[in-house]
Design a protein around this ligand. Structure first.
Ligand SMILES: [Zn+2]
Length: 481
């Protein structure tokens, strides 16, 4: 029955798209009230859920009535219906998804130096689990040479080949179990998902096994309800995001380039710019001297290192000292911070981490940095060997219905200002067409990926299921992106 109704909904989409979507969808407060009211109810299907919702909240009965009657739905009503679909996903599947998250966290998918990631049995295990899940959810699964796992929900019209990729990753950074201790002394196991005080602790709970599940459950519900998809939705699960980054280029050489690329491994609401990541490696030469047959370090090597750091980078981290500082109004300042000093008997190395906003030619900037440091080196009589690499910053001019829809969905559900944002960190969509970050971390809240005791709150984990479902339902069914 739902299938038929959605077909009717679909028929009116071309009309509906002309109607501006007003912002009077369910607010976060209304959603929270509804969730509270539903907390003791057993929800079995979307159809039953809509009945429950309309008896709890007569205001929402109207949308349910329109939907059931098969009347033409305005864009606003459609948006409201998909908000309810997101809430349904959360109410129906959150507990189950949390159990599956525990299973995925238990699979130790960190780098084993002795074996290539694609030959590592832990990855074969997680691929098998995701495949079983995809089959259960009515989605197609394809393991691309153990590099990328594809989970696909095909779009209906044969003449539309548009492909929307959602990006998440199954690999994690290592965890030292001894360091996973809470303030009260509770010892945690990084690979056992542990719920304490509303937090789900475990390696990968935030970065980024949660992202895989948010997309898979959203696709499951969209498949179940047979939404009239206008384009294909595809989850790409990366296996080398935390290490070599080789899996995605390998995949893209052999597979179609997705037209739209949404990473769920960054921040909310919608991040349209990522700074260009750079590293400057400086090797201080003239570091050793020989006396007799013994090689010694110069006594003043640390003084040299301090001199290099203070003279060129100072303590403001914005590159002003070196004369390369600049700020982009939207993306913020260039930052340059000395993050690594290594001294051993072969020499001394200093690494400065650069994050560069848009606004300058990267080639010119690199040359300028090298020239200034060469000047300094000559003036201070301290020979330097320099290696500098800076990636282009990413900036997407936000255009099109799809990106406005992403912004609506995220900011309305999270009660955030309706503004696009910029990030200091790069994700796997940095160089891909129409690439943006859409969650799953809240701005202003400490991100715990890569740290001891990594956690995702239960509330945010559930909210992500809801938001990602609504987002995919909406952009999947848009008449035009
Ligand atoms: Zn990540």
């Amino acid at each position: 029955m739902l299938n038929v109704l959605f077909k009717l909904v679909f028929l009116c989409l071309s009309l509906a798209v002309l109607v501006p979507v007003s912002a009077n969808n369910l607010t976060k407060t209304q959603t929270d009230t509804l969730l509270q009211q539903l907390s003791d109810q057993d929800v079995r299907s979307f159809d039953a859920f809509l009945s429950q919702v309309s008896s709890l909240n007569p205001d929402l009965g109207a949308i349910t009535g329109v939907y059931r009657s098969g009347q033409v739905m305005a864009a606003q009503q459609q948006a409201e219906l998909f908000r309810l679909l997101g809430i349904y996903t959360r109410v129906r599947y959150a507990a189950e998804a949390q159990q599956v998250l525990a299973e995925l966290v238990a699979i130790p998918t960190f780098l084993d130096d002795s074996v290539a990631q694609y030959d590592n049995p832990a990855f074969h295990q997680i691929a098998a689990r995701l495949e079983a899940l995809a089959v259960e959810f009515g989605l197609s699964f394809r393991n691309v040479d153990n590099r990328i796992y594809e989970i696909t929900l095909p779009g209906a019209p044969a003449d539309n080949t548009e492909l929307v990729a959602l990006h998440a990753h199954a690999d994690v950074v290592p965890a030292n179990a001894a360091d996973w201790v809470l303030d009260d002394g509770t010892q945690l196991d990084p690979f056992t998902l542990t719920e304490i005080d509303g937090r789900l602790h475990g390696r990968g709970a935030e970065d980024n096994k949660n992202g895989i599940l948010a997309v898979m459950y959203a696709m499951r519900v969209i498949a179940q309800e047979q939404l009239p998809l206008q384009r294909t939705l595809r989850l790409l699960v990366d296996t080398t995001e935390e290490t070599t980054g080789e899996a995605m280029p390998y995949y893209l050489e052999r597979n179609p380039l997705p037209d739209f690329n949404i990473a769920l491994d960054g921040g909310y609401p919608v991040i349209i710019a990522e700074k260009g990541y750079g590293t400057l490696l400086a090797r201080l030469l003239d570091f050793l001297y020989e006396s007799g047959h013994v090689v010694y370090m110069k006594d003043n090597h640390l003084v040299d290192a301090i001199l290099y750091a203070v003279s060129n980078f100072g303590l403001d981290y914005t590159g002003r000292q070196l004369g390369i500082g600049f700020t982009d109004d939207f993306m913020g300042p260039l930052t340059a911070s000395l993050t690594y000093v290594k001294v051993d008997n072969t020499g001394m190395e200093l690494i400065t981490n650069l994050r560069v906003p848009k606004g300058r030619d990267i080639g010119e900037l690199k040359q300028e940095i090298l020239d200034r440091l060469a000047e300094w080196s000559a003036m201070s009589n301290l020979p330097l060997d320099l290696e500098l690499d800076i990636a282009e910053p990413m900036f997407r001019n936000p255009e099109g219905q799809w990106i406005q829809t992403l912004l609506d969905v995220a900011t309305e559900n999270l009660a955030l200002p309706r503004e696009f944002m910029s990030s200091d960190g790069a994700t796997s969509i940095h160089d891909l067409p129409n690439g943006v970050q859409f969650g799953l971390a809240m701005p202003g809240i400490k991100y715990t990926g890569h740290t001891d005791n990594e956690f995702k709150t239960v509330e945010q984990f559930q909210l992500d299921l809801q938001i990602v479902t609504e987002m995919l339902a909406r952009i999947g069914t848009l008449e035009a992106m």
